[in-house]
Design a protein around this ligand. Sequence first.
Ligand SMILES: *Cc1c(COP(=O)(O)O)cnc(C)c1O
Length: 517
Amino acid sequence: MASSNDSKSITYSSTRGCPTQKSISFRTAVMRGLAHDRGLFVPDSIPEVTPEELESWRSLSYADLAVEVIAKFVKEDEVPREILNDIVHKSCGAFRSTEVTPLVKVDGHYVLELFHGPTFAFKDVALQMLGNFFEYFLSTGSNGGRLAVLGATSGDTGSAAIYGLRGKKGVDCIILYPTGRVSEIQERQMTTVPDDNIHCVSVDGTFDDCQDIVKASFNDKEFRDTVKLGAVNSINWCRVLAQTTYYFWSYLRVTDNEKDVEKVNFSVPTGNFGDILAGYYSKRMGLPVGDLIVATNENDILHRFFSQGTYHREDIQETISPSMDICVSSNFERYLYHLAGNDATTLASWMGAFESTGKLTITGKKLDEARADFKSAKADTANTLETIQQYHTKYDYMLCPHSAVGVSAIHQLNMVNSSTVCLATAHFAKFGDACSMAVNPLPTIPKELARLWKLQIRSSNCPNDVKVVQAFMQRRVEERMNNHKKRDEKKQLVKRLVVVSAAVGVVAMVVSAIRRR
Ligand SMILES: *Cc1c(COP(=O)(O)O)cnc(C)c1O
């Protein structure tokens, strides 16, 4: 892959190589989400960061560092620097910590706390940014100025999307979730948001039913066009990009403290491979990263891939780290594309084989290459609970079940030292039931979460029927458009009245002046 220091030239292409999906802009990649050939957008070149430049970033705040990193991937004429600066600062401003993602030392290694955003989980980092980019691109003409974002959630991602999109101009956000199958705290996080552009719908079915409704809606062109459905957010390039900053941030903070550390290792609790992929890109940009550890729960397709070369689909198992319960990993295609030597033809044949047989097997040199890029480990429920319990007893530190998977991995791989950072992806209080199996009673939960029980809930219920859900969505989106139109018309009317009355005043003055003459 070509390297480049010049963000003027950066463009994106689909992993599946369709000629119309090549060399497109950051704006198009963000607004489109999924490429039209069903591939994922990847940068055509990976920008470089020199050691001198990296050093020059050492004193920057998190937000200013984020501006530098993201600017490498976005053309200045697409998003002027001042606007990028506003978008990034606004996104970081939604976090409770001024450091955005603080790094703490526990048990001789570091923990990067990614849970200080509005929903107490790491997806806030990406979705705050995505929401602000959507708003900017819509305000400057993309998609006709309107966008409906539709998603299905089994709990965790829904609230991060809702908090990222609430109150954003031109955006409607519709989140489907299975009735009675998300935890109470997660349902409350989603349904207590008062903004009128947020529509939560509990569907009488399973999470898979919700996902099927989402898929069917995206495949229904007429419906898609009427509600301006767009931008699949789960694999949006913007999310990966937003996450790269905290790898740079961690490296700088670790090397502030540890004089003899040259390269930093990261252990990442992994499901859809979005979080760790940002670490991979950071390393490719030149950040001194040692090992990247893919840490999985019992849903270990990625661990099996990096240990044996077998990316073979199995049924989902329900675990105590539900945000990592996946049977295929949606962002993994981006890595496979790079592993295929940025060759869309090879990638398309790999994905074709996987989609028809549920199996992709890599051997020989390619497997060696993959294993040089990532280490991996798996933590089962027992490992996870034991880790939570030990960190609480020994260090008075609470890990959530996802974060504990990553921490268990570094113990298994003998990498507990001051050059290792474990990514903590959620606050324990979001997964109280699981944590209380290891620690009882639990420490007090943050006031922002306790407060959810006092707020009013707003949600609609629909049967498990695509047509009913679509009709509901259409009604909501149109209602809101009409309300806004009415509001705008009222504003126009008031403006006109002001102009008319001013004109009348002037005429009256002139008339009385003439009369006086
Ligand atoms: C989404 C999520 C993960 C997994 O991240 P991926 O990018 O899907 O690998 C881990 N922990 C928590 C709490 C999450 O919400």
